[in-house]
Design a protein around this ligand. Structure first.
Ligand code: GLN
Length: 202
């Protein structure tokens, strides 16, 4: 086994390419994942931003939702941004009809939560586990986290609202680090994937 983890990006809809680039910068082999066979081959997975209802419906249609749930339950490291954060929530406050999630983080999210005040904006966000200056958070019709359960760790807040959470091997941010050229959050995730691989190969 080499040191370089293989990290997939769920490529059903959303900003897949930007994540592939960010992961490569974070010293991972990055590849798109659409089918269960492709999912079986990765050491970690990013679920990108986009439209969570569309991602959910396509995942069910293409038969990747159930395998994804099973792998996340079994401890696959997974990182969701924006719509991807919604996909990792155990509960959505305001789901569209038929909208399902993968789950994995004991949290309740509110879709488009920052919407009315601010459709899209940027803000400096201090993220626990990311050294140095705050991360430039790009929020695009972003969710926030209404509440988390005991097992989930809040990594960042903006304006009094939770915008980054980790629970075990699952990481989620309301914002889009893949759009900024600052790949420290992707490096944090790639390090989670590396640590998980090392622990499993003992
Ligand atoms: N940038 C995004 O991923 C937006 C998320 C979108 N508002 C949703 O509910 O899925």
């Amino acid at each position: 086994m080499t040191d370089t983890p293989v990290i997939g990006v769920l490529a059903l809809q959303g900003d897949v390419r930007e994540h592939l680039v960010a992961l490569a910068v974070a010293d991972a082999v990055a590849r798109p994942v659409r089918r269960p066979e492709e999912l079986a081959e990765v050491d970690g997975l990013v679920i990108p931003g986009g439209e969570s209802t569309t991602i959910s419906k396509l995942a069910v249609l293409l038969g990747v939702m159930d395998p994804l749930r099973a792998r996340v339950r079994a401890g696959l490291p997974v990182y969701g941004t924006c719509a991807g954060m919604i996909m990792l929530a155990d509960k959505i406050l305001d789901p569209r009809s038929g909208q399902e999630t993968v789950g994995g983080i004991d949290m309740i999210v509110r879709r488009n939560a920052f919407g009315r005040q601010n459709e899209s904006f940027e803000a400096a966000v201090d993220v626990d586990g990311v050294e140095g200056a705050p991360v430039e958070g790009v929020f695009i019709r972003a969710p926030w986290v209404e509440s988390v359960g005991a097992a989930a760790e809040v990594l960042a807040e903006h304006d009094g609202h939770i915008v980054a959470v980790r629970q075990g091997n699952a990481l989620a941010t309301s914002f889009h680090p893949e759009l900024t050229g600052d790949h420290r959050v992707h490096r944090l995730f790639a390090d989670m994937v590396r640590a998980n691989r090392a622990a499993r190969s003992l």
